[in-house]
Design a protein around this ligand. Structure first.
Ligand code: TNX
Length: 579
């Protein structure tokens, strides 16, 4: 609590401090390629406009860039839409989507792991057949130090961006004395480029009110794209309920670090948080409790849609989880017909797990599952439905696998792709299914076998990625069943090789879950997220060759003043050299 208070106090002092110079490579997550040019720094003029082409999604990103810069700069930053963008202080360009012949294909996660090494960022980046191996993305062919700084800027290298190289999320950022240009194949790529630009400006850019500063951006070229397509965080809104405003703020934190999925753990023993029209008591009865006896709460359909829309505007996909067949006490209080003994249990506000379940032998249960998943699917534009499946200790053997298989078919019937915690591994394969690994020991033959049958994996190892674990023994909130997770532990692992028998190309990505048995406020969410969330984000985004604790802790340190200026709580982890 004292530390949380201190984080808030820092704001004023940080605002008065002179802006620390930012280097082009000072970005989290580390960009794939960085080529600084100290002769090409750019200073944003007060009369700058944001220029963008006519594509509506690109225009939306231009508006977001302006919204980001207006408060601290006090500049008007009008948006200028042009048929073809030329030059100017701030330009966003969407490249044509038709790939020219012979461009390098995007690197896969497997190649990235294989290419890890001293020059891995370049060697592993893209290896088009028929080149000399000096592979390049967007024409940047110099050896570069990802996340660091190449001290020898070069004038060599073409500067055109080939379509198909940056992929669905990549971008290129060019900083010259006349301006900053962000180019991408997609609006998502432009959005990620904007997040990078934000980090390249002085920390004062995070101020909610005007600051007299020189808005300098370090010169050079940066070409960047993600290692894994799925990069996420999970918020448990069941153990403690968090209102829409808190969730929107969490989405902002994800977007900053190029995380593109928000997994909402919407149901558990302590509360059901999403309104389901066909089973209204789930929320009116099942939503009225939480850990510790507080009032709980729930999202109406309109609330949930608002979250989804806000996330979509930030290129974040919402992944709803309905945890089944266990973790269902709240549902059973509302609908005892689903309970194995048809008796309503008392509401639960403790923190034990594994005692509750819906009756897998009852047809009524499958009506319930189909209705709930059908409605949640209809509210959710993203492709995923998470069915939980964890810790159903009282549903064993064939009863469990049979339940999961039937539920997987129900999900397929909604048109969504099923995700489950890795306990669902023994159930039969469903097309495209995804297991979320939360183990603490990277050997699980059942999971490896499910992957051989075609399952993909999201990595959330409990002893590295669980943001509800304490940082240290004296952390005021959190758990320690999976150990203590300081920033280095959150950072030092490789999603591509973490689980035995699971090759990197079966890894969809990473996710950092925050369970909230002990987390009750937004400030506490932020305290547990920061600074560990950026560590997980870097594992999901940056090439393995960029992995470097010494460099990461330096880059991360620069974010302390940014969070403080923005009024965001964080843990001043002792292993980070905060300025
Ligand atoms: C295990 S991780 C759980 C959750 C708890 C968490 C606390 C998982 C799939 N299940 O029900 O909240 O531990 O760390």
């Amino acid at each position: 609590a004292a530390e949380l208070a201190r984080a808030a106090e820092l704001t004023a002092g940080e605002l008065l401090a002179p802006p620390a110079p930012v280097r082009l490579g000072d970005v989290v997550p580390a960009p794939e390629q960085v080529r600084p040019d100290p002769t090409a720094d750019f200073t944003l003029p007060a009369d700058a406009a944001v220029r963008v082409g006519p594509d509506p999604d690109a225009r939306e990103v231009a508006e977001q860039l302006a919204e980001l810069l207006r408060p601290a700069t006090g500049y008007p930053l009008p948006i200028v839409v042009e048929a073809t963008t030329t030059g100017g202080p701030l330009v966003l360009t969407l490249a044509a989507a038709t790939p020219p012949a012979g461009v390098p294909r995007p690197r896969t996660a497997a190649e990235d792991t294989a290419g890890a090494g001293a020059a891995g960022a370049v060697a592993g980046a893209a290896e088009p057949a028929g080149t000399d191996g000096a592979a390049s993305v967007g024409g940047v062919a110099e050896p570069v130090s990802p996340g660091g700084v190449d001290p020898t800027p070069s004038a060599a290298g073409p500067t055109t961006v080939g379509a198909d190289e940056l992929g669905a999320e990549g971008y290129r950022l060019d900083v010259t004395p006349t301006g900053v240009r962000i180019s991408a194949d997609t609006a998502t790529g432009l959005f990620h480029g904007v997040q990078t630009l934000r980090q390249l400006l002085p920390a004062a850019v995070e101020s909610p009110s005007p600051v007299a500063a020189r808005w300098v951006v370090p010169g050079g070229v940066l070409v960047d794209r993600p290692r894994f397509p799925y990069r996420g965080a999970m918020l448990d809104v069941s153990r403690h309920f968090f209102g829409v405003a808190d969730v929107l703020r969490v989405i902002d934190h994800l977007a900053r670090y190029k995380l593109n999925h928000l997994h909402l753990h919407l149901t558990d023993d302590q509360g059901w948080r999403i309104a389901v029209d066909s089973w209204p008591a789930l929320t009116t009865v099942g939503g009225a409790t939480e850990v510790g006896g507080g009032p709980g709460g729930f999202y109406t359909g309109a609330d949930y849609r608002r979250i989804v829309r806000y996330a979509a505007r930030r290129h974040v996909t919402v992944v709803p989880e309905i945890d089944l067949p266990g973790h269902t006490n709240a549902a059973l209080t509302a609908y005892p017909e689903l309970a194995p003994d048809r008796v309503a249990p008392p509401p639960y506000t403790g923190t034990e797990v594994g005692f509750s379940y819906v009756d897998p032998a009852s047809e009524r249960t499958y009506d319930f599952v189909a209705d709930v998943l059908g409605e949640v699917a209809a509210l959710t534009p993203g492709p995923w439905l998470h069915i939980g499946g964890d810790e159903a200790f009282k549903v064993k053997g064939a009863a469990y696998t049979g339940f999961v298989e039937r539920t997987q078919r129900i999900v397929a019937g909604t048109g969504k792709t099923v995700i489950g915690w890795h306990q669902i591994a023994p159930a039969g394969h469903a097309e495209e299914r995804v297991l979320q690994w939360w183990g603490t020991d990277g050997t699980d033959p059942v999971v490896a076998e499910a992957v051989r049958r075609g399952a993909r994996l999201i990595l959330s190892p409990g002893n590295h990625a669980y943001l509800d674990m304490k940082y240290a023994p004296d952390t005021p909130i959190g758990h320690d069943w999976a150990g203590l997770i300081d920033v280095r532990r959150a950072y030092d692992w490789d999603p591509g090789t973490h689980v035995a028998g699971v090759p990197a190309d079966a890894v969809l990505g990473v996710e950092a879950p925050l369970w909230t048995e002990s987390v009750t406020t937004l400030a506490e969410i932020e305290f547990m997220f920061l600074p560990r969330l950026p560590a997980i984000a870097e594992l999901g985004w940056s090439p393995r060759s960029a992995h470097d604790w010494a460099g990461f802790r330096e880059r991360l340190a620069g974010h302390g003043p940014r969070w403080a200026t923005a009024g965001i709580a964080f843990h001043r982890a002792p292993e980070i050299p905060w300025p």
